[in-house]
Design a protein around this ligand. Structure first.
Ligand code: AMP
Length: 249
């Protein structure tokens, strides 16, 4: 049983992002980039399925510029067996990612595709769902527990009211939520070993996928600055301050 796991290179979650002066997007020049945190969880889950003998091979896939190789090397150091970079300089939107993953699924025939529930840069939360639709495969989004038995996966999903457990037939798409596991750190020996693992580079053209953006970003702006708060003495003071500021009549 093969597993494909998608890993996106994003601005590190510790970085405070800045909006470009012309409001065309976020400034990523000289900013630390890392693997999308939900994708680390997806890689960990794939590697655990392999370690438990349920999966035979874990293939990490990233789509983007040449530097995504670093993200793939991290996935390899965590335990993936090989990696595929779909290299492109074009801005890649979720539908294009889903189409590229579909092309790779047709080639590799995995039993499970694991992706993060969302990328922390675009916050789209779309790729897993779109891929399942394009492949006409079952999907379990926001997984907090995955149990594989034969050609079925029992997945506990985080939903608004609590946890929902679904049973899906494989092949299927699973998207990883925060509580699925605690991803391991790549150790130095494993980082060294990862350098020798196979990393194939393909292009969207080779996969026959049109990745032209379908959505246009009109403007990216900073959230409004928070105004300083004031301390109130008691409820009466609170009500009078609210009246003064016109919040209540
Ligand atoms: P999104 O729908 O954009 O929020 O992304 C959901 C998940 O799709 C991410 O957590 C990744 O697992 C995967 N994904 C999105 N974009 C890429 C990319 N450029 N390369 C690899 N995986 C991606």
């Amino acid at each position: 049983m093969k597993i494909i796991v998608a890993v996106k290179r994003v601005v590190d979650y510790n970085v405070k992002v800045r909006v470009k002066a012309d409001e065309s997007g976020v400034d990523v020049a000289n900013v630390k980039m890392s693997m999308n945190p939900f994708d680390e969880i997806a890689v960990e889950e794939a590697v655990r399925l392999k370690e438990s003998g349920l999966a035979s091979e874990v293939i990490a896939v990233s789509i983007g510029v040449a530097a995504c190789q670093d993200t793939l090397r991290t996935a390899l150091a965590m335990g993936a067996d090989r990696a595929v970079l779909v290299q492109t300089g074009v801005e890649i939107q979720p539908l294009a990612v889903a189409k590229l993953l579909k092309a790779l699924c047709e080639k590799e025939e995995p039993s499970i595709v694991l992706v993060g529930k969302q990328a922390i840069d675009d916050d789209a939360n779309q790729v897993g769902q779109m891929l399942a639709a394009l492949m006409n495969w079952p999907q379990a989004a926001f997984a907090s527990r995955v149990l594989v038995e034969g050609n079925v996966a029992r997945v506990a999903r985080e939903i608004d009211g609590g946890i929902e457990t679904v049973e899906i037939r494989l092949p299927a798409v699973i998207t990883a939520d925060l509580r699925l596991n605690q991803p391991r750190y790549a150790t130095l020996p494993n980082i060294m070993k990862a350098k020798k693992k196979p990393l194939e580079i393909v292009t969207p053209e080779v996969l026959g996928v049109d990745v032209a953006p379908r959505l246009k970003v009109l403007r990216v702006t900073e959230p409004p600055k928070r105004v300083t708060g004031v301390k109130v003495l008691d409820v009466a003071d609170l009500v009078s301050k609210l009246k003064e500021s016109g919040v209540v009549a």
